[in-house]
Design a protein around this ligand. Sequence first.
Ligand code: NAG
Ligand code: NAG
Ligand code: NAG
Length: 230
Amino acid sequence: MLFLQLVLFVVLLPGGDSEDGETSALQESTFFQIILTSSFYNRSWTQNQGSAWLDELQTHGWDSKTGAFTYLQPWSKGNFSKETLVELERIFYTYSIRLLQIFHNHVRQWQLEYPFQVQIAGGCDFHFGEVSVRFAQIAYQGSDLINFQNTSWLASPKGGSRAQQFCTLFNQYHVFNEILYKILSDTCPQFLLGLLDAGKAYLQQQGQSWSLPPRILYSALINLWKAVSI
Ligand SMILES: *[C@@H]1O[C@H](CO)[C@@H](O)[C@H](O)[C@H]1NC(C)=O
Ligand SMILES: *[C@@H]1O[C@H](CO)[C@@H](O)[C@H](O)[C@H]1NC(C)=O
Ligand SMILES: *[C@@H]1O[C@H](CO)[C@@H](O)[C@H](O)[C@H]1NC(C)=O
């Protein structure tokens, strides 16, 4: 019923997408990703911004001072226990600090020039009832440097010798890479499925009183509804 309302609303939306737009929204997969953006201003000053997204809908923020997640949707905790979430906060915080330190320590070797920006993204993808893709990548000044495949890093062809150097270094962090692999392969899909379940329960609770969100949320909502209706 609610799904129908959403579809009807998308179709009837003034100035919105045509039927083609609706179809492509329905065929898209739903992905969950975490993005950490670090701006390095100088040796002693870095600003970090962390967030998590279900498609285009932001589900989590991150307090870079305390390392605490902020839950932006009523269903953002999915079905994970408080203990598990605290553990994930700890892992995320610890590794983000170490990663930033790595960049500070290699400024000269990698010929990085302050100010610069590093973006780290990772997540998993839910497509037609299956969790299919997991990914992690690190970008420097907006261009892709290295990508995570299985348990090791590959240099992006466009990244040049700097990407090769990053790759060599990151491939030495075996423990980190194993943990990352486990988080992307096990934790991420479990969390994504739990998030979709919690989102569905929330939508059902809202029933008729659900107020329609802005345009940008439609594809996430429709995918969410479709994913959990399978
Ligand atoms: C680093 O940058 C911040 C902000 O621009 C500035 O306040 C601070 O003095 C700088 N520190 C150094 C060591 O340059
Ligand atoms: C990645 O892991 C899968 C499953 O363990 C394996 O089949 C595949 O060959 C691996 N790929 C690479 C590039 O190592
Ligand atoms: C959360 O829900 C997903 C999907 O129903 C399930 O695979 C996962 O095991 C659940 N996790 C917990 C901690 O209950």
